[in-house]
Design a protein around this ligand. Structure first.
Ligand code: SF4
Length: 404
């Protein structure tokens, strides 16, 4: 069965807002920036992004907090979304002073906040002189935040706008979690039960390759899924990779139940090596084996992302090959009509060919969805995210180790 969905399912998102929406969002930006700046203090640590274990160690060993007090701090921070220690009302004055003296709470600074005509919201958030984009996609039964894991990207996928921006640096765990906190704060989404939250899902499909920043991404995942804090179910989080094979099993082992998406985009090595260059390092056969291994650890279907590029990867033969390739593990294929960007070297497949391609997969017994683009008017659709950071900072000399 072929389904048409609007879920954001891979790297990049975007679109344009109406004049009114932009004006409204500009006001929001100023307010959020002011609040964030007020919470920063020189020579103090940002509490956002410190693991629960480490926070417990620091507060109990250095500042004589009892463990139950640490739990209260954690709850104010992540459950209630409180950004001022003075409002942690069940702590003593001395404890609040201690927190103010040694820590601050910083989600980042909203540099720009755009609202698409379809409700998609793209936020440009500044972290230590760099900017990244996160995109919120509201739907009837869920709200998904697409977060970035790096400033720029080293992988250079040829259909992806982010891929034209060199890697500047990895985001820290605090900067990744900060994107979620910022989005929830801007939407007044704290203080609701899990069922009533606007932000219910998180996908690591913004700028960057999450498995090339595994240390910080895994630290962020532990904070996002902590039941006494943000309490996001692992099944509501999807990590998307272009194929960092050695870390796919590791992700499954470290986070059983988490969603995995593979940016496959081609069914043979020749085409894939051209449009997803990391394929030269880890070819399709190794990637498919990693998917099979992941499936033994995790019963969730693996999402196969496939961008539809006219005359490049969209023939009936490509569809037949794709069906064969992924038949050995549970999967869901998400066909993504190509979202163009300035200077893009590709065109989107025709609607007719996308339907034919989907029909071949459907006949092979695969579950298929065709992504309905969201936020195209603010360049928030898949593959369209790019910030200006590269223009103001020198790029790193080469690709980092996946664990850096
Ligand atoms: S698709 Fe993902 S891995 Fe490839 S260049 Fe874009 S952000 Fe990087």
């Amino acid at each position: 069965m072929i389904r048409y969905c609007s879920r954001l399912l891979y790297s990049g998102c975007s679109s344009f807002s109406t004049t009114a929406a932009v004006a409204a969002s500009t006001t929001t930006t100023a307010t959020a920036t002011e609040t964030a700046t007020d919470t920063k203090t020189k020579d103090t640590k940002n509490m956002v992004g410190i693991s629960k274990e480490e926070l417990n160690r620091q507060l109990t060993e250095n500042h004589q907090f009892q463990p139950y007090r640490v739990n209260q701090v954690w709850s104010w921070l992540y459950n209630k979304g409180q950004r001022t220690f003075d409002n942690f009302s069940n702590l003593s004055n001395v404890q609040r002073d201690t927190l103010n003296k040694h820590y601050h709470i910083d989600y980042g600074t909203v540099e720009k906040d755009q609202l698409s005509v379809d409700g998609t919201r793209k936020m440009l958030i500044g972290y230590a002189g760099q900017e990244v984009e996160s995109v919120f996609i509201p739907e009837a039964r869920r709200g998904t935040l697409c977060v970035s894991s790096q400033v720029g990207c080293t992988f250079g996928c040829t259909f992806c706008f982010t891929g034209t921006q060199k890697l500047v640096r990895n985001l820290t765990a605090g900067e990744i979690v900060g994107q979620v906190m910022m989005a929830r704060s801007l939407m007044n989404d704290f203080g609701h039960t899990t069922e009533k939250r606007l932000l219910s899902n998180v996908v690591f499909m913004g700028q960057g390759e999450p498995l090339y920043n595994y240390r910080n991404v895994s630290a962020a995942l532990r904070i996002l899924t902590d039941p006494s804090g943000l309490s996001l179910s692992k099944s509501r989080i999807t990590v998307s990779t272009s194929g960092v094979v050695p870390l796919i099993s590791r992700l499954g082992q470290d986070f059983p139940g988490i969603g995995l998406a593979i940016s496959l985009h081609a069914s043979n090595n020749k085409t894939r090596s051209e449009i997803v260059p990391i394929n030269q390092q880890w070819p399709i056969e190794e990637l498919m084996q990693a998917c099979r291994d992941f499936s033994t650890l995790n019963t969730n279907k693996i999402t196969i992302e496939y961008v539809m590029l006219r005359g490049v990867n969209d023939s009936d033969e490509d569809a037949i090959q794709l069906a064969k390739l992924i038949s050995t593990f549970p999967s869901l294929v998400n066909l993504i009509p190509f979202n163009s960007w300035p200077g893009a070297p590709y065109q989107c497949s025709t609607t007719e060919q996308i339907k034919r391609f989907a029909a071949v997969l459907d006949r092979a017994g695969l579950k298929v969805t065709v992504r309905q683009p969201r936020g195209r008017d603010i360049l928030a659709a898949c593959g369209q995210l790019k910030t200006e950071s590269v223009k103001i900072k020198k790029t790193l000399p080469g690709p980092p180790s996946p664990l850096d």
